[in-house]
Design a protein around this ligand. Structure first.
Ligand SMILES: *Cc1c(COP(=O)(O)O)cnc(C)c1O
Length: 467
């Protein structure tokens, strides 16, 4: 490195020169001529700028091609690439909620790559309906007379309100005016759906007489909303679904029960807290029940409206339905997912969501003990220990209803933890944990690819040891 900067500037390789060289040619093969040339040009320009400012720069054709390769790889990397969800929240809305079962993945891929009878009746050769692919299954697993599928549960609720209460009133208890997160808030949804919200009762207590007083000639709908993410305790009273169904029927008002997550099976058999099942909500007499596909059900993002045949038929006649429908990939994945419920005994093996939620803490702890040495070696300067923690179901399930779990606790002084968390996020396969009480906690409940995790930690740039 004794040559003067000016002479080294003269030695900078040309773009064509790098492209003909082995490293550059490999980039052309992988990314195409235009992309490779652009990246090499940028790499040469960066070296030139560095040399002009008196800084050092590697200017061999190999070095320039390698820098261009790094740029191309970063540009090519998908922001939707798989990551390790070690947040401890199994159904993490920001990380894409449920993981699909094997059979659902295969079904979605098949449907995506082929023509399928999406709206075509193979028996008659005439037009069919999208919902026909899951209608019978929905009846089977929920006990409802009929059902339909839309983009997500927010869409299902919007569609029900718009169908039954546009230009009219929708009655909801003040104790159930929920915000789910993001922008799903019942009062705002009512406005957007064209309905006037008629609040009844108080925050902590709503009585049957409150509903009755709220019903009038303009009432189009009464809704019960599952308060999944908070709890009102103490001096409280709510009108349960069977009683509310009776009041609504007597008043001639349609009744929709929004379950939110809505599970198809009793989760207590896997040691989880019992959530109201869709079958129970249907049996409790609601005209319509709405719930999500990618929460506890463990399928693709969809929203369901199931219930009485004539109520579902009214929803289907709403022109808004077309704007909220789902594509063939999701329908195929959904059909495969619902079929798994025909064998409930094996759900904790076939359905990733249940498999992860039902995973025993002792098994997770043993996993943590196994990966700790490799993690400690990959994180010099950090204190890495195994500890107990609590996982959450997520997606609006009660945040205080946690499940015992275990994981790695990474500790360090100063702002080293923040920098480590950023380095983990920047990995080719990012690792996402949570910072809690001065430690970066990696809850291993959702870690199934043990070898892949250890390999990923080797990708961390060195050194990140704290001084
Ligand atoms: C999650 C939830 C919704 C919204 O469902 P998405 O599938 O996220 O659209 C609606 N209502 C309740 C009670 C919920 O918990």
């Amino acid at each position: 490195m004794s040559a003067s900067p000016a002479s080294r500037l003269r030695d900078l390789p040309g773009v064509d020169d790098v492209m003909r060289h082995a490293g550059g040619a490999a980039l052309v093969t992988r990314f195409g001529r235009a992309e490779a040339a652009e990246a090499i040009r940028a790499a040469v320009a960066e070296a030139r700028t560095a040399l002009r400012s008196g800084a050092d720069a590697e200017i061999s054709r190999e070095a320039v091609a390698a820098e261009a390769g790094r740029r191309l790889a970063a540009r090519d990397r998908s922001s939707l690439r798989p990551l390790f969800n070690l947040t401890g929240t199994v159904l993490h809305t920001n990380l894409g909620r449920a993981l699909l079962a094997e059979t659902a993945l295969t079904a979605a891929a098949e449907a995506a790559g082929h023509a399928v009878a999406l709206e075509y009746d193979l028996d008659t050769g005439r037009r069919g309906e999208r919902d026909d692919h899951v209608r019978a299954l929905l009846r089977e697993v929920t006990g409802a007379e009929d059902g339909t599928v839309v983009n997500n549960n927010a869409a299902a609720v919007l569609l029900v309100i718009n169908t039954f209460a546009a230009g009219r009133e929708a009655v909801v208890s003040r104790g159930e005016l929920v915000e789910i997160g993001g922008s799903f808030r019942i009062p705002e949804l009512m406005t957007q759906a064209g309905a006037t919200l008629r609040e009844v009762g108080t925050t902590n207590r709503t009585h049957p007489k409150d509903y009755v007083a709220g019903f009038g000639p303009d009432t189009g709908l009464v809704m019960k909303v599952h308060t999944s993410n908070y709890r009102i305790e103490g001096y409280t009273k709510e009108v349960e679904a069977p009683e509310l169904a009776g009041l609504a029927r007597a008043a001639g008002v349609a009744f929709c029960n929004d379950l939110g997550s809505g599970t198809l099976v009793d989760l207590s058999r896997w040691g989880l807290k019992k959530e109201p099942t869709v079958r129970e909500a249907v049996a409790d007499g609601a005209d319509l029940v709405t719930f999500s596909g990618d929460k506890l059900l463990g399928g693709p993002q969809v929203g369901f409206v199931v219930g009485r045949a004539e109520a579902v038929a009214r929803v289907n006649r709403n022109p808004m339905k077309r704007a909220l429908r789902v594509d063939k990939m999701r329908l195929a994945a959904l059909e495969a997912t619902l079929k798994l419920y025909r064998d409930p005994d094996r759900l904790d093996r076939t359905l990733p969501t249940l498999r992860l939620l039902a995973r025993p803490a002792a098994e997770i702890r043993a996993l943590a003990e196994r990966v700790r040495p490799a993690a400690a070696a990959a994180l010099p300067g950090f204190d890495v220990s195994v500890g107990d923690c609590r996982s959450q179901i997520g997606s609006g399930a009660l945040p205080v209803d946690t499940i015992p779990s275990a994981g790695l606790f990474v500790r360090a002084g100063g702002d080293a933890l923040g920098r480590l968390a950023a380095a983990l996020r920047a990995l080719p396969r990012p690792v996402i944990g949570r910072v809690s009480e001065g430690a970066l906690v990696l809850d291993l409940r959702c870690l199934e690819d043990e070898a892949g995790f250890i390999a990923t930690l080797q990708d961390l740039p060195h050194p990140h040891a704290v001084p």
